[in-house]
Each structure stands twice: as structure tokens, then as C-alpha cells.
Design a protein around this ligand. Structure first.
Ligand code: F6P
Length: 325
């Protein structure tokens, strides 16, 4: 089978730090293999708009350190429709795009898989989401930078919490995945983590706060995983006040966690995964996802990476509770 002449690349879903590193790696690895690369602007939606540009080695210069994605991103509802996907396939063909590298999270991969099944277009995915919730890989690009950003924010909140003897509920992103909350909790020395309010025993958390007060603590930080939608901390704040008479302040970190210059770890992983994605296409290993497993970047079948990762183990929660006595 002849080699691909032209491949496309897009970034889709919530952006994350490190996407630019992968774009750079994909473009330059492909050009080195004698393959042209077309960048699709704005995720799957860019296919319908035919917002497609040819990428050169210099078009990805000086982007390694930049957050966000130079290709832009979106959550594209049109791509959920079979007839629209057929149209998308025809547009890609018109632009000479024979294969795709898609970078994003669960929604991006679900779209990629159904697109592959319907049109057999060669596809390789690169996991890119701060949530680190993709099944089949221990790591998704952007997670480390998001942790760093959230941890630094909590450090700052702790300064003012200490000065004013206050309790703070700091809400972090991750949708249903508590991965950010768990890691930030350990790294910022939080007093507690709340990631499943229905199951959570607020009375127990209050007990811990009171135990801290007894030994002279005058402030505490509780990390809240946002869950389905942001703002959950306000409900917890109300409950703490009404049921237990405990005052607290809320700080929702929000999209700050999605921006910023990628950490060294994210730059390295994103570059390695971008390189691996192109090699996978060259070696006809698709549909696959570049995954991180047992300390190595390797490939996994795309259909093994479609589900949201099962709840990460609660070791971190145990550590936070053990270290905050
Ligand atoms: O999936 C990444 C993520 O940042 C989640 O952590 C968050 O819940 C969601 O995206 C926010 O999405 P949007 O930017 O569309 O509001």
C-alpha cells in the first residue's frame, strides 16, 4: 500500500496546555517522512467550514511554550450526525486528506471512532484533556500543567486563608473525573477533598476541621471536584453553614486551569505522542491512540480508549486525610 501523501490534524473539545507541542511534533515528523500536513481549524467544525490550511515547518515554530492550540478547538454537534460525517469525509477527500490525527478527550475519540467505522479513514488519536479521564492511558496531555496551575492558586489562597483564619472551598475542574482534585489535594496540603457530594459525609469533614481547630489550626483548605457542572462548592458552603455553623469562602478556579505554558512533562509527552502518532500512520497502525502505559508511550486500539476512565483509586484521598491531622 502506498504511503499517505497528505494527512490532516485537528484539536477538538476542551483545549489544554501541550496541544501546540503535539501539533508541532506531528507536522515536523510528517514533513520529515515526506508527508504533507493540513491543519483543520476549530476541530471537527473546521471540516464543514473548509477552514483548512497547509502547514509548514515554520508554521509551527515558536509554539512549543504556548498554551491553548494554534489550530483552535470546538465541541462540534454537527459531527454527531451520520449524514454530516459523510459530508465531512467528502470534504476531506476534496482537500486530499487521506488520514487524520485528532487530539482531544472522550468526545473527540468517540467521534473519531464512528468516523473510522463508517468511512475507514485512517485515524490516530492523541489524548489531550486536563481531566486525565481517558480509558486506556495513564496520562492525557495537559493534566500536569493544570495541576501545577491549580496548586499555585491554592498556595496563594492559603496565604489569605491563614491571615484571616478562614476556611476555603477551592473548586477544581475535571467534570466527573476527580483526578485533578485528588492530585492537587496532596500537592497543596489540603485538609480534605470532596469529589462525590452525594456519598460524602460532610459531618466527617466537619469533624476533621474541628480536630484541626483543637490543635491550633485556624484555617483550612478543602478541594472540591466540580462534578457535572461548575458551582457545586456554593451548595456545600450553604450546607456547612446551615447544618454545622461553619463559615467558608468559595473560590472556583475555572478555566485558568486550562491555560498557560505547558510544563516540561507535558511538553515531553505531547512531543513524544505527536511523533508516535505519525509513525503509527506510516506503519499503518490504526485506528489507534497514543497512550502512556507502564512508563512508556505506546499505541492502543482506539476502541479501547472510548470510555471515561473508571474512578481513579482513592489513595490520594487517604494521603490527604492522613497528612492533614
Ligand atoms: O474537559 C475539560 C474541561 O475543562 C472540564 O474539566 C470542564 O468541566 C469542561 O472542560 C469545561 O468545558 P467548557 O470549556 O466547554 O466550559
Amino acid at each position: 500500500m502506498p504511503r499517505f501523501k497528505t494527512i490532516g490534524i485537528l484539536t477538538s473539545g476542551g483545549d489544554c496546555p501541550g496541544m501546540n507541542c503535539s501539533i508541532r511534533a506531528v507536522v515536523r515528523t510528517a514533513l520529515g517522512e515526506g508527508i504533507k500536513v493540513k491543519g483543520i481549524i476549530g476541530g471537527y467544525a473546521g471540516i464543514f467550514k473548509e477552514d483548512i490550511i497547509e502547514m509548514s515547518a515554520s508554521s509551527v515554530g515558536n509554539i512549543l511554550q504556548r498554551g491553548g492550540t494554534i489550530l483552535r478547538s470546538s465541541r462540534c454537534l454537527q459531527f454527531h450526525e451520520k449524514s454530516k460525517r459523510k459530508k465531512a469525509y467528502q470534504i476531506l477527500k476534496k482537500h486530499g486528506i487521506e488520514a487524520l490525527v485528532v487530539m482531544g478527550g472522550n468526545g473527540t475519540f468517540a467521534g473519531a471512532y464512528v468516523f473510522y467505522q463508517e468511512h475507514k479513514i485512517p485515524i490516530v488519536g492523541i489524548p489531550g484533556t486536563i481531566d486525565n479521564d481517558i480509558q486506556g492511558t495513564e496520562y492525557s496531555i495537559g493534566f500536569d500543567t493544570a495541576i501545577q496551575t491549580a496548586m499555585e492558586a491554592v498556595d496563594k489562597i492559603r496565604d489569605t486563608a491563614f491571615s484571616h483564619d478562614r476556611n476555603f472551598l477551592v473548586e477544581v475542574m475535571g467534570r466527573k473525573s476527580p483526578a485533578i482534585a485528588l492530585k492537587v489535594g496532596v500537592c497543596s496540603g489540603a485538609e480534605n477533598i470532596i469529589f462525590n457530594p452525594e456519598e460524602e459525609d460532610l459531618a466527617h469533614i466537619v469533624q476533621d476541621i474541628k480536630r484541626g481547630i483543637k490543635r491550633g489550626k485556624k484555617s483550612s483548605i478543602i478541594i472540591v471536584a466540580e462534578g457535572e457542572k461548575p458551582g457545586l462548592s456554593y451548595a456545600i458552603q450553604g450546607e456547612l453553614k446551615e447544618k454545622f455553623g461553619i463559615e467558608s469562602k468559595v473560590c472556583v478556579l475555572g478555566h485558568i486551569q486550562r491555560g498557560g505554558s505547558p510544563t516540561a512533562f507535558d511538553r515531553f509527552m505531547a512531543s513524544k505522542m505527536g511523533f508516535t502518532a505519525v509513525k503509527a500512520l506510516v506503519e499503518k497502525k490504526y485506528p489507534t491512540v497514543t497512550v502512556y502505559k507502564n512508563g512508556r508511550v505506546t499505541l492502543a486500539p482506539l476502541n479501547k480508549c472510548l470510555e471515561t476512565k473508571k474512578r481513579p483509586n482513592k489513595d490520594a484521598l487517604e494521603i490527604v486525610r492522613a497528612l492533614s491531622i
